[in-house]
Design a protein around this ligand. Sequence first.
Ligand code: GTR
Length: 408
Amino acid sequence: WLFASLMYAQQNVNYDESKVPSYVLPGLLQCENGKVVSTIEQWETQRRPELLELFTSQVYGCKPEGKIDVTYEILTENPGALNGKATGKQVKFTFSNGKKKTEAILLLYIPNKPAGKVPVFVGYNFKGNHSTTSDTTVLYSPVFHLVKEPDHPDWERGNQTSRWSYDKIIDRGYAVATMCYHDIYPDKPELRNHSIVSLFPDYNPDTIVPDEWQAIGAWAWGSSRIVDFLETQERIDSDKIAIMGHSRQGKAALWAGAQDDRFRIVISNDSGCGGAALFRREFGETIDIINKNFPHWFCKNFHQYNNREEILPVDQHQLIALIAPRKVYVASAEEDLWADPKGEFLSAYHAGPVYLLYGLTAIDSDKMPQLHKPIMGDIGYHIRAGKHDVTEYDWECYLDFADKHFKN
Ligand code: GTR
C-alpha cells in the first residue's frame, strides 16, 4: 500500500476535496428501460439482476461455467486452543479438475463456551495463517513460497496478530475462520497458473477474455467455498455467517456478499477503490491507478474505464445495495486517504434507498459521523483515527454490529 501510494505520490493523485469533480451517480432504482423500481419484487427480479450482471461483466468478471471438485481433510484438531478457550481446527481444501489441483488451509477457532451453535466470522488473511497467531502448530500456506522469498520477514509467526483479535472474538462467543488469500489466487499476475482460476474448463494460460474473472472474483468465490465447509460443521450456526475483509479483501468481501446470500453480514474494512469507495469521486486511488498496479484483480473490460469513470455504468453504492436486505458495514480510517474515507461513507449512504424498500434503516445523513461514533443500523459505518489497518477497535465495532443483528 505504502509502495503504491508513494509510486503515485508524484503523479495525479487527488487528495483535495475541492477538486473532486461534480458527478452524477448511476441510478440505483431506475432500470435500464427507464422504469423506476418501487417494490421489493421489482428490485429482486429486474433491477438487482441487471446490476449484478453489470458488475460481473464490467468490473469483477464472470465465473466460468462448470464445476471443479472441492474436498476437505481435517489436518489437526485441538480442543485446548487459545489457552483452552477454543477448539482449533486446520482443514486442507483440495481444489481439483481431475488433472490438476491446488490446495488451501483453513484455520478455524470455535469457542468452547457457550456450548451449541455459534455465529462465525469468515475472512482471509494476507500473510498466512501463521501470521495471525504465535501458536507454533499453525501450518504454513502451501503456496507461501511462491509469493515470499525464503528470508522474507513475513515467514515470522504472529506478525499480523494485531489484525486478528482472536481472544476478543472467542470471548464474545463467535467462531472465526481464516485462510491465506494467496491459497486461492497467489497475488501476482504471473501466478495465475497457480490459482483456482486455472482449474476451470476453458482456462487458457495465454489469453484472458474481456469478462473473465480474475483475482478478486476468485477470492470471492473462495470465501463461498469456506462457507460450504462451515455448513458441514455442527457447532457453526450457518444462518449467522459474517464475512470481514480488509482492503483488497474488503473489495472481495463486498463482491462475495453481493453474490452469495449465505453471508448475512458483510464487512468492508478500508476497502477503498473497487471496494466501498465511489469511483466517481476520483479521490485517492482511481480506476486507472488500480488497474495499472494490479492488472490481475479486475476483469479486462474494467480497464476501458481508466480515467473515464463517468462512462462506467455502475458505481459502488450499487454494489453495497446488492447486499440488501442482509446487513452491511463499511469502515474507514481517518489517515487512509488513498482509500477515500468520504467516498466509502457516501456509497454506504447512497445504498440506503434499497434498504428503505425492504423497510430497513438507511444512514440518515450524508454528513460523515465523527471519529469513533459508529452508526449501527442495518447499514453500519465508522471512521476511526489512524492508518490503513485492522485494529482492535474495528473488531469491537464488528462484534457489536454482529451482536445487534445475530443475538437480538
Ligand atoms: C494497495 C491498493 C489498495 C488496497 C491495498 C491493500 O496497494 O492500492 O487498493 O487494496 O493495497 O490491499 O492493502
